[in-house]
Design a protein around this ligand. Sequence first.
Ligand SMILES: NC(=O)c1ccc[n+]([C@@H]2O[C@H](COP(=O)([O-])OP(=O)(O)OC[C@H]3O[C@@H](n4cnc5c(N)ncnc54)[C@H](OP(=O)(O)O)[C@@H]3O)[C@@H](O)[C@H]2O)c1
Length: 256
Amino acid sequence: MWAIMDLFDLTGKVAMVTGSTRGLGETSAKALAKAGADIAVCGRNPQDLDRVSTEIKRMGRKSQGFELDVLSKEKVKKAVEQTLNHFGRVDILVNNAGTNYRVPVLEYPEEQWDLIINTNLKGYFLVAQAVVPQMLERGYGKLINMSSIFGKVGLANQLAYASSKGGVEQMTKVMALEWAKQGVRVNAVGPTYFETDMVKQIRNDPARFNFINERTPMGRWGYLPELEGTVIFLASKASDFITGQTIYVDGGWTVW
Ligand SMILES: NC(=O)c1ccc[n+]([C@@H]2O[C@H](COP(=O)([O-])OP(=O)(O)OC[C@H]3O[C@@H](n4cnc5c(N)ncnc54)[C@H](OP(=O)(O)O)[C@@H]3O)[C@@H](O)[C@H]2O)c1
């Protein structure tokens, strides 16, 4: 007989979170650690890898930083091998590493298109392709793809970003269908604006900051702790019969 909170208990699980050196990735990694998981912290900056993994160890979990650049298939392969050698397995993968560049379509530089699509979309595929086989062998895994409200709705100046996130939501459905009978659940989280480095410029521009408040039914940006419950839910037993879905954590933005 399960105690109800056991549904959310991640004790003994190993989670790998890409781009967990700051922002929503760091928040997600620490949320999973709070729920009991050990954490492979992944990103490009060694100092941030040390900082986040040290903070997670202080929470009483095992944690180790691994250098990972999702733009390189070789580096992805190496980071996943190092993670598997260190922890023995990965039960939960959060594909989160991402970037953005905002200008109108007709001015959009091709290099920025390539960078954003390769990071936000191809990067998720490469990491999943490296991590998921050992999940399938064990018949268990939870994959969480960090999407955005712009996976569902559009906004001017978000050409490559919205295209990448729309792709992430389709990728989530295809992966979910392929692995549904083999114990691997694939879902996405679609946040609205949360204060991180990625949106610092927007946060500091009163007109754009207020536009977001006014556009959001709840009238404000998200607070980082408000992302934690959804990430834990999708990583946990509580969501075992859910796959291929996106949960929007958006104060109602995508409702209209
Ligand atoms: N903040 C928001 O309002 C918001 C809303 C919706 C969705 N999201 C999504 O949430 C995710 C995280 O965004 P954020 O706001 O937390 O951004 P952020 O603060 O800029 O952090 C981005 C993270 O991704 C990592 N990263 C970027 N390119 C990488 C690469 N090539 N290889 C490995 N790691 C890389 C960064 O690592 P480095 O330190 O090495 O650069 C950093 O850890 C993204 O997928 C984003 O689209 C954010």
